[in-house]
Design a protein around this ligand. Structure first.
Ligand SMILES: Cc1ncc(COP(=O)(O)O)c(C=O)c1O
Length: 399
């Protein structure tokens, strides 16, 4: 490792909590699908900050929106109105086809917001007895890192040492409509799920699952809550992953790419019947819906729509997967994915392979033990996919 890289990494190690295990690369600059390290070496960013960079690094339109707003007014708090929150809420509602939305910052906060919304709906609309509400979640879920959320994680690395777990969550098998149906009780207020489990290794439920979930949630009078923080905003080849089955959830959670990678922005959009329960004093955030975030969010959504990033992800994803499937490597167990959310499951631990990929100019990260996720920015071109595929092939075939 060179001296400059070592210097920055040692600062992180000396002064930072060791809560991540990053690749030994120190990045300094980004543009489109590329990032550069402190020595000027260029890489393809195949992680896109866990899908927060669907629009690519430093998208000029989003950067311009941020620059113009930051010099005007950045933070008002919700004690006052501002001129940008309303337009962003309206655009989120138009795109999600929901009635109302609420803005937060991180994904985990938006998930917490959805949990509170489902519970209050359970008490005030469904008539569940006080403190008895249950939310059904899936095995291997990833919804964030707050104490409540890790309390219903099935990954010991996430929850152990952080108990006691928040009560009121019931875990079922992912992808099984039967498991959902049989877990529902009169106290169930909602079902929280990822349309594809990204962090669990790009796990795709069987075709028809989302439709069945929709039917069960309606029939049993529980809220269907899709966490589209990772799968949403074009990543899987449709604007929302639920669109693949023409399914309309009662609540949809957004984050990551809502920010264009510039500033943390998240949201929950839902029907009026649910959102109107969050009355004054019930929920809030100092930074949620601030003018700077709203200007950035609005521009980030405009880029996704105007540049047809969902359609691009569908075409590029198919092409990328086809190329990957031509690889004759004994290391590969399975290649799966939707749009540009692709998982390559290996027969060996993925971490050292990611380290070799980085040496060859591809930044990707293992997710769970044996899966490498390839999720480049959606603006990646055909020739850039071909170039990155050559680098992946070179790495895997010589490994
Ligand atoms: C599906 C899903 N939900 C929630 C989160 C948490 O988002 P954040 O890290 O912004 O809190 C993530 C992050 O990876 C995610 O993939």
């Amino acid at each position: 490792m060179d001296r400059i890289t070592k210097r920055f990494i040692s600062l992180d190690r000396r002064y930072g909590a060791p809560n991540y295990h990053p690749l030994p690369i120190v990045l300094k600059k980004g543009k489109g699908p590329y990032v550069w390290d402190v020595n000027g070496k260029r890489y393809f960013d195949m992680l896109s900050a866990y899908s927060a960079l669907n629009q690519g690094h430093n998208h000029p339109k989003i950067v311009a929106a941020a620059k113009s707003q930051i010099s005007r007014l950045s933070l008002t708090s919700r004690a006052f109105h501002n001129t940008l929150m309303g337009p962003l809420l309206k655009e989120i509602c138009r795109l999600t086809r929901q009635d109302k939305a609420i803005l937060m910052n991180s994904g985990a906060e938006a998930v917490e917001t959805a949990i509170k919304s489902m519970r209050i709906w359970g008490y005030q609309v469904k008539g569940i007895a006080q403190d008895q509400a249950e939310i059904i979640v899936c095995r291997n879920n990833f919804h964030g890192r707050t104490t409540t959320i890790v309390g219903f994680s099935s990954d010991p690395a996430s929850y152990s040492g952080f108990g006691p777990k928040t009560p009121g969550f019931v875990e079922i098998e992912y992808g099984s409509a039967e498991a959902l149906e049989s877990a529902i009780t009169p106290n169930t207020c909602g079902f929280l799920f990822e349309p594809i489990q990204g962090e669990a290794g790009v796990l795709i439920p069987p075709q028809g699952y989302l439709k069945k979930v929709r039917e069960i949630c309606t029939r049993k009078n529980i809220l269907m809550c899709a966490d589209e923080i990772q799968t949403g905003l074009g990543r899987t080849g449709k604007l929302f992953c639920c669109d693949h089955e023409g399914v309309f959830p009662d609540l949809i959670i957004l984050g990551k790419a809502l920010s264009g990678g510039l500033y943390p922005i998240s949201a929950v959009a839902a029907q009026r019947e649910v959102m109107d329960l969050l009355t004054a004093g019930k929920h809030g955030s100092t930074f949620g819906g601030n003018p700077l975030a709203s200007a950035i969010g609005l521009s980030a959504l405009q880029v996704i729509v105007q540049e047809k990033l969902s359609q691009k992800a569908a075409l590029s994803g198919e092409y990328f997967k086809t190329l990957l499937k031509t690889l004759k490597s004994d290391l590969i167990q399975e290649i799966r994915g939707k749009g540009l959310l692709i998982g390559v499951e290996l027969k060996i631990p993925a971490r050292p392979v990611c380290e070799s990929l980085a040496q060859n100019g591809i930044l990707a990260k293992e997710t769970h033990e044996r899966t490498i996720r390839f999720a480049p920015p959606l603006i990646i071109t055909k020739s850039q996919i071909e170039e990155s595929f050559e680098l992946i092939a070179k790495t895997l075939l010589r490994y």
